[in-house]
Design a protein around this ligand. Structure first.
Ligand SMILES: *Cc1c(COP(=O)(O)O)cnc(C)c1O
Length: 401
């Protein structure tokens, strides 16, 4: 009999979206004539831009003839895409060497897999509330997590406690689920703390393209010293609508070295390269051709059109909450709006209340951690029409409370 990885017993039941679906289905069955509007999911709805489609087509065409056919590619990704991403960083004022970029099938895989590079014996800081992948991948590896509280007082942007040592720090900015964004000064505090503690920051920047204020950092490498302490994860999922097409990348700078217990200096770049070369055979050539087109100036302009569409939806939601006097976070440099449930309601109770009385579906904050208990997440990934209608219903319901 195999001895199992019993750490899986320590995972919380991944019931959030299943439970939402169950409650919505039950409601819809009891009220078949009601139109339910879903503003809960974290998935995009706008189609890919024309340049991305052209790039994908070019990839498909190449596969069809012997002289352009592509077999296995480099595990790290094709140079054409790594260079296009490096140029994209440069346009945003950040210097990242193409050599340090690894292409993948998405940031979920990368943020989950990265924990393989680290021993069980580490102090791991993870914010609460948070994207559940960081927590679950560490639990699967039998690792202990120290949570950092995100709350209204710190604007859901936890800062380091200089008196507490950490080895590994997860940060996500713009944040899922709260929409909060660290400014440069705050990230500088984190980078200084990481260097002082010889810690590594795992920085998830999946929503960087939603940042419109040029003063806000879209990359941790906008901060001096970050290449000595940080790995960055990015994705085309929210930037370019690639949630179903699948492409992401991470930056593991060659400067990132640590001394092992036997005195050997180990490079996280070399370790990640070894890990990927062993367990991953690369992202499809066709998808990488589509991704290359996304990073052209024209391709990125087309992505920004879709992002602006979502940002306008976010504004509709934010305006409604402002009008109702409900305290919220995010909604500007992020597709997410995170607000306090009215009257101190718990998030699942508010979910039921909103579904039954306004037929609007959101995501209960409790699904993202203890500190989300009294919060609720709405997304701007719906259609304009549905977002406006949902907010009219929302306003009618809550203005009466
Ligand atoms: C959506 C999302 C990702 C992207 O995941 P993919 O696997 O690239 O689709 C990464 N991090 C966060 C916080 C996200 O919300």
């Amino acid at each position: 009999m195999p001895k199992l990885n019993e750490h899986y017993q320590n995972l919380k039941e991944n019931y959030l979206f299943a439970e939402i679906a169950r409650r919505v289905a039950a409601y819809q069955e009891a009220h078949p004539d009601q139109k339910v509007i879903r503003l809960g999911i974290g998935d995009v709805t706008r189609p890919l831009g024309a340049r991305a489609i052209e790039g994908l087509h070019a990839g498909v065409e190449a596969m069809g003839s012997a002289d352009t056919f592509m077999g296995y590619g480099p595990e790290q990704g094709y140079a054409f895409l790594r260079e296009a991403i490096s140029a994209y960083y440069a346009r945003n004022g950040v210097s990242v060497d193409a050599e340090d970029i690894f292409i993948s099938d998405g940031a979920k895989s990368d943020t989950g897999n990265i924990s393989e590079l680290f021993d069980v014996d580490n102090v791991i800081l993870i914010p609460d509330p948070v994207y559940p992948v960081y927590v679950d991948s560490n639990i699967m590896g039998g690792k202990q997590i120290a949570y950092m509280a995100g709350n209204a007082e710190n604007g859901f942007l936890p800062m380091p406690d200089a008196s507490v040592h950490a080895d590994i720090i997860y940060l996500c900015s713009p944040n899922n689920p709260t929409g909060a964004v660290y400014n440069k000064e705050q990230l500088k505090v984190w980078v200084d703390y990481a260097i002082a503690n010889e810690a590594v920051i795992l920085f998830d920047s999946a929503y960087e393209a939603f940042i419109t204020d040029p003063e806000l950092p879209r990359s941790i490498y906008a901060v001096e010293g970050a290449k000595r302490c940080a790995i960055e994860f990015c994705s085309l999922s929210k930037t370019a609508g690639f949630t179903g097409t699948r492409c992401g990348y991470c930056v593991v700078p060659r400067e990132l070295t640590f001394t092992a217990s036997n005195g050997t200096v180990m490079s996280l770049h070399a370790m990640w390269n070894r890990r990927q070369s062993t367990k991953f055979n690369g992202t499809s050539y066709i998808v990488q051709k589509g991704a290359e087109a996304v990073f052209s100036e024209e391709g990125m302009r087309q992505c920004q059109e879709n992002i602006s569409y979502y940002q306008e939806n976010a504004r509709v939601i934010a305006d409604t909450l402002t009008k109702l006097g409900i305290r919220f976070f995010g909604g500007v440099h992020s597709p997410y709006i995170w607000f306090e449930c009215p009257d101190g309601m718990e998030s699942w109770a508010f979910f039921d209340y909103l579904l039954s009385n306004a037929q609007v579906v959101g995501t209960p904050g409790a699904g993202f951690g203890e500190n989300g208990r009294n919060y609720f997440r709405l997304t701007s990934f719906g259609s304009r029409e549905n977002t406006i209608e949902a907010m009219q219903r929302f306003e009618k319901l809550l203005a009466a409370v």
